[in-house]
Design a protein around this ligand. Structure first.
Ligand SMILES: Nc1ncnc2c1ncn2[C@@H]1O[C@H](COP(=O)(O)OP(=O)(O)OP(=O)(O)O)[C@@H](O)[C@H]1O
Ligand SMILES: [Mg+2]
Length: 290
């Protein structure tokens, strides 16, 4: 009985905290075809750059298989999204503070259950997300590799997608396969070429992708930029401190700063969004439910 009362109280609290979304914000989903190309490293460090550039960033760890934002960032989250659904915790108790003040929503196992949520649970989650929507300008979603149903859900519920690839032929082929699958849903597809030796390699790689996308899919991709091969990435992973914090003067850090600037200021024709946090959650749930 006590448990039920406290559950009810928590639901009421969530409702009280609920505020109507004001302002605009963007959801970027970071994905790839091939695994291990650098998504998680880029998601964390890009989030830090965007935060440093004045945005309030929420990083969602949506790699359902091997969630590892926390490992790379040296964090030890106790709770994840499933604790909102079970009413054990409210969303503010789950979100943890990451490096440079970014906020992180640990996903892990809880997200598996999203496909089987009841209407009540769904509403609870939407309300929870909405109660924090005014706290963020940008949401970055780090997904697992490949296009599983869950990854597709995140891609479809985001407006913009960031595809990470390396210059390796198998990674490029897999990146193209993802573009082929998602180009109809995504308003904008950005591409980052990671682990390149120089900018020419990156341009050569992106040229191949954009030629194929234009020719066969009639889709233009946005080349966001590149990140150089840099041992500081591995070293920072070993120390569990993101490279932008641990080695701010490294080549990888300079590249990621450029990417952040391009993402925020580099758009020639900004897309007008009529988009809310609640809208994003609804789209995501609708997809997972189907
Ligand atoms: N620019 C880089 N220079 C050197 N090493 C890099 C670079 N980017 C990533 N790495 C290394 O690549 C490996 C994979 O990185 P990461 O975990 O970020 O990839 P991922 O795409 O998230 O992998 P998964 O598909 O398993 O989620 C790590 O060991 C990391 O140190
Ligand atoms: Mg990863």
């Amino acid at each position: 009985m006590y448990e039920q009362t406290s559950k009810l109280k928590r639901i009421m609290d969530e409702r009280q905290n609920h505020k109507v979304f004001q302002g605009t914000f963007k959801v970027y989903c970071v994905t790839s075809g091939k695994g291990g190309v650098g998504k998680t490293n880029l998601s964390i460090n890009l989030s830090m750059v965007l935060q440093e550039l004045g945005k309030r960033v929420l990083l969602v760890d949506a790699d359902l298989g091997l969630a590892n934002v926390d490992v790379i960032a040296g964090l030890y989250p106790k709770y994840n999204i499933s604790h909102i659904i079970s009413c054990e915790k409210n969303i503010n108790e789950i979100i943890i503070e990451g490096p440079m003040g970014i906020k992180i929503l640990p996903g892990a196992s809880g997200l598996y259950e999203m496909a089987n949520l009841s209407v009540v649970e769904l509403n609870l989650l939407i309300k929870a997300f909405n109660s924090i929507s005014h706290d963020f300008d940008i949401v970055i979603i780090d997904t697992g590799a490949g296009i599983s149903k869950n990854v597709l859900g995140f891609v479809q519920s985001s407006d913009e997608v960031i595809i990470v690839t390396t210059p390796e032929p198998s990674a490029i082929t897999d990146a193209y396969a993802v573009i082929k699958l998602i180009h109809k849903y995504s308003q904008k597809i950005h591409v980052i070429i990671n682990r390149v030796d120089n900018f020419r390699d990156a341009e050569y790689t992106v040229q191949k992708l954009s030629n194929a996308s234009r020719k066969f899919l009639h889709t233009d991709i946005d080349y966001l930029g590149y990140v150089l091969e840099d041992r500081s990435v591995l070293k920072s992973n070993m120390e569990q401190i993101p490279f932008y914090a641990r080695f701010p003067d490294s080549l990888a850090s300079k590249c990621i700063l450029n990417l952040g600037r391009k993402l925020l200021y580099g758009e020639q024709k900004p897309i007008q969004y009529n988009y809310t946090f609640e809208g994003w959650v609804k789209k995501l749930m609708a997809f997972l439910k189907n």
